[in-house]
Design a protein around this ligand. Structure first.
Ligand code: GLP
Length: 259
């Protein structure tokens, strides 16, 4: 099962995950990282700033999870812009080594296959950072997405468009389509790190971690993966039935077990 780590706050979560990523990059300078967007992973990227300043990250490669289709790549809320602003520039990564799915509608039919080929060519993703939507989506794999799906175009639910409207002037500006790594793609990464904060994510986390495996909660696909770390604050953990067991396991974790 996934390792569930219940932390006090976002900063602690960011530090914990950033330490694991830094250790990975130190072991393997050309590590392939999977980057999520949204507000949740920001504490990780923040914590990585000082850590990456002290090590050689020139060979680190990266793949974003998803992108809106039909958004101008230069729009400040395109995921290309977000990844450049929050990850590539502050962490000093080589922009040529960090890819974001191509959201151009003209090439959308083949962009998914191209992205899969690029991930394969890089040797796969070593560590995939994930957030979770309030409807249980990971990446932009909305409820009902095939558990073996690959990178492809999807239609966003109204719930997701409403959730993401805060980044745009109005909900009418939120694109209706996206291109996202599939659930199958995500499951191929060697280590999944799913983060969630706040009460609004409590149900999605409980369903993903302890609910039945179902395409209707795409996050529940983590139950199929042999190496998953779920990092949540108390509020996001508040609906977990076995929270005490997770706390006990983490407190008694042998030193030889890393995150
Ligand atoms: C978007 C992203 C997801 C992210 C989700 C949650 O839909 N495509 O990758 O996990 O939002 O966002 P937030 O972290 O802002 O709650």
């Amino acid at each position: 099962m996934a390792e569930i780590v219940i932390v006090e706050n976002k900063e602690q979560a960011g530090a914990l995950v950033a330490d694991a990523i830094t250790a990975l990059v130190q072991r393997r300078p050309d590590t392939v990282l999977g980057f999520a967007t949204g507000s949740t992973p920001l504490p990780v990227y923040q914590a990585l700033r000082e850590r990456f300043a002290d090590i050689d990250v020139s060979q680190v490669r990266g793949f974003a999870l998803d992108e809106y289709v039909g958004i101008d790549p230069d729009h400040p809320e395109s995921y290309r812009s977000v990844i450049t602003r929050e990850v590539v520039e502050p962490l000093g990564l080589n922009p040529e080594l960090v890819r974001v799915p191509n959201g151009d509608p003209e090439t959308a039919a083949t962009a998914g296959d191209d992205y899969e080929a690029a991930i394969d060519e890089a040797g796969g993703i070593d560590l995939q950072i994930l957030g979770i939507g309030t409807d249980g989506h990971i990446g932009f794999n909305e409820p009902g997405s095939s558990l073996s799906s690959q990178t492809r175009v999807k239609t966003l639910t109204e719930q997701t468009r409403e959730d993401n409207a805060r980044f745009f002037d109005s909900i009418d500006d939120v694109p209706r389509h996206c291109i996202t790594q599939g659930i199958g793609t995500i499951l191929e990464a060697r280590h999944l790190v799913l983060l969630a904060f706040g009460e609004g994510k409590a149900e999605a986390i409980a369903a993903a971690v302890e609910g039945p495996l179902t395409s209707f909660v795409p996050g529940s696909a983590i139950q199929l993966h042999p190496r998953v770390t779920v990092v949540v604050d108390e509020a996001a953990a508040s609906k977990l039935k076995l929270a005490d067991y997770y706390r006990y396991s983490y407190e008694n974790k042998p030193a030889w077990q890393s995150l």
